[in-house]
Design a protein around this ligand. Structure first.
Ligand code: ZN
Length: 564
């Protein structure tokens, strides 16, 4: 069956609510665990029906935002999703309170209950109107960001479209493009400050109403984190400061020499090589064929997975008019099918996106048969291990994509993995400051950002740009607005992915693959640290782990010194 044949019918939410409430009532009154297990299956079947329809709408709408039918359906989903999620929370409440919890936990494992308890802490009917206002502010940010119409070199561009101009070889052009890009934020500084200030105060109020001291704990609970806390993350950032920042700074110094500038200014940073970045060789369909061949050779499991994706037409990769930006991977419950969405533009990111999203899709395909929807995906820091590790595990095949550019590709992939980590912890530490100090003014927040940036990105030189010098870089980082405390996840996953990178280079390659496979098959059946252990990875929170992980990375990059 192909994706286009997956049938959409608008779910009857009133009927769903009646059925769901009846099942929930029966669950609460069920005499034993066996009866409750039967009802869990029925409840999940109902949930899968609704979620399947929601996802079909969201995917099809993102593929063509000018499709009037799916636009209407997308509005319907936006409106119904919070109502649906509230009903699921009612189910979690009943689950956690079950008198047969011990017997249920024996069958399903502890994670279902930890996860449900965590979600319960994040919602109550009392805060629903506040959460709706929070969502409205997020939409306001989205709208403002997509309204950008930047005049540059005779054309008008949105923020994404400015990207290529900021990487060109001509330094004056690069600088001009970056200044034009920043002018959007300068013009909208007051509005961005107002949106974020409202968000922070609202989130703080929600946290207090839910019984937290501030938003930090609530933010962690929203992310479903059950096995680490803010203190552990702080220790982790300390490790990054000691073990990653010096190497990242050295890589930036090498970049400065490589591109031949006396001082590496902020507008020079996206420009990596004088003769241009590595680019994939071949058309989109050739890249997909190449990926299919690669996944057939990699393992029987990846062969089955990618053949399923291609046969089901579950990849939408080409840039098209009316298509949403970005890339993602979704899972369509009732078809047990992953879906990969991307916007290929002929740059090295195309291959990166393909292997990254294929990592997510392979994981969800590997855990598609879990009876519990909660176990299909893990929490986000674990999800990014699957995707970022897949980018490294596929290195032996990358020559087929990049041909003569292979050495350049590998170097920039690994170097960017390193330099990303200090930026990621900057975003994280900033958010801890913000929610620890909810009454700080927008100017104080910006000053805090700049101070944190100086610590983790000491090489950064804003060349006198007023807004950036005052700490305005983070306006562009949408996670800070949409999903507070989501970002450290990418760095935690990167530390794990670098372990897979190292093991995959040498004699441990086969063992590493088995570890990766086990991790993907475990889905969300364990919390983050449980998954880390299951995959034979070193725990990033343990002091010394980061230094140990960085050793072979640093050695490899040193080895590449004569070339880059
Ligand atoms: Zn990802």
């Amino acid at each position: 069956m192909k994706f286009k044949d997956y049938q959409y019918k608008r779910p009857d939410m009133a009927a769903f609510k009646t059925q769901f409430t009846a099942l929930l009532q029966a669950f609460k009154q069920a005499p034993d665990a066996e009866a409750q297990n039967q009802l869990i299956a029925e409840i999940n079947a109902l949930r899968n029906d609704v979620e399947t329809m929601f996802k079909l709408v969201q995917i099809r709408y993102s593929i063509d935002t000018t499709d009037a039918f799916y636009e209407t359906e997308n509005d319907f989903v936006d409106e119904q999703q919070p109502v649906y999620e509230d009903m699921v929370v009612d189910y979690y409440r009943a689950l956690v309170a079950s008198p047969h919890r011990a017997a249920l936990a024996e069958k399903w494992g502890k994670q279902l209950f930890d996860f449900a308890a965590c979600k319960l802490k994040t919602s109550s009917p009392e805060v629903l109107p506040l959460v709706q206002r929070e969502n409205k502010l997020a939409s306001e940010y989205r709208k403002l960001m997509s309204s950008a119409a930047i005049e540059f070199n005779g054309g008008t561009y949105n923020l994404q479209q400015m990207g290529p101009f900021m990487q060109v070889a001509d330094r004056a052009q690069r600088r001009a493009a970056t200044n034009s890009y920043m002018s959007f934020f300068e013009e909208n500084e007051a509005q961005l400050d107002r949106i974020y200030d409202d968000m922070v105060k609202l989130r703080h109020a929600i946290a207090l109403k839910l019984g937290f001291n501030n938003f930090i704990e609530l933010g962690y609970a929203r992310m479903g984190r059950t096995d680490y806390d803010a203190a552990m993350v702080e220790g982790y950032r300390q490790q990054v400061l000691k073990a990653v920042v010096p190497l990242a700074t050295e890589l930036k110094a090498r970049q400065r020499q490589r591109i031949g500038v006396a001082e590496l200014k902020h507008y020079d940073e996206p420009f990596d090589f004088v003769d241009g970045n590595a680019t994939p060789k071949g058309s989109l369909s050739q890249l997909v064929d190449c990926a299919q061949e690669m996944y057939r050779e990699l393992s029987p499991e990846t062969a089955e997975f990618f053949d399923f994706m291609v046969a089901g037409e579950l990849l939408d990769l080409a840039v098209k008019k009316g298509k949403s930006g970005g890339g993602y991977c979704e899972f369509i419950n009732n078809y047990k099918a992953p879906f990969i969405f991307a916007n290929f533009n002929g740059t090295l990111d195309d291959v990166g996106t393909l292997t990254h999203e294929a990592g997510h899709a392979f994981q969800v395909f590997s855990s598609r048969n879990y009876a519990l929807p909660e176990y299909v995906w893990p929490t986000l820091e674990a999800c990014e291990i699957h995707s970022m590790s897949m980018e490294f595990i596929t290195w032996p095949w990358m020559e087929r994509f990049f041909k003569q550019d292979i050495a350049k590709f590998k170097f920039s992939h690994l170097a960017n993995a390193v330099t990303f980590i200090p930026y990621g912890v900057t975003v994280d530490e900033f958010q801890h400051f913000v929610y620890q100090n909810p009454t700080a003014s927008p100017a104080e927040r910006k000053a805090a950002w700049r101070e944190i940036e100086r610590k983790y990105l000491p090489h950064r030189d804003y060349d006198g740009n007023d807004l950036l010098e005052r700490g305005g870089y983070w306006y562009r980082q949408s996670h800070i607005f949409y999903m507070p405390f989501y970002y450290i996840d990418y760095t935690l996953a990167q530390v794990c992915a670098l372990q897979f990178w190292h093991k995959s280079l040498g004699e441990q390659r086969e063992t590493a693959w088995q570890d990766y496979l086990r991790l993907c098959q475990a889905g969300g059946s364990r919390a983050f640290l449980g998954l880390v252990e299951l995959a034979n990875l070193e725990n990033p929170f343990v002091d010394g782990t980061i230094a140990k992980v960085m050793q072979p990375v640093s050695a490899w990059l040193d080895n590449a010194k004569q070339d880059f």
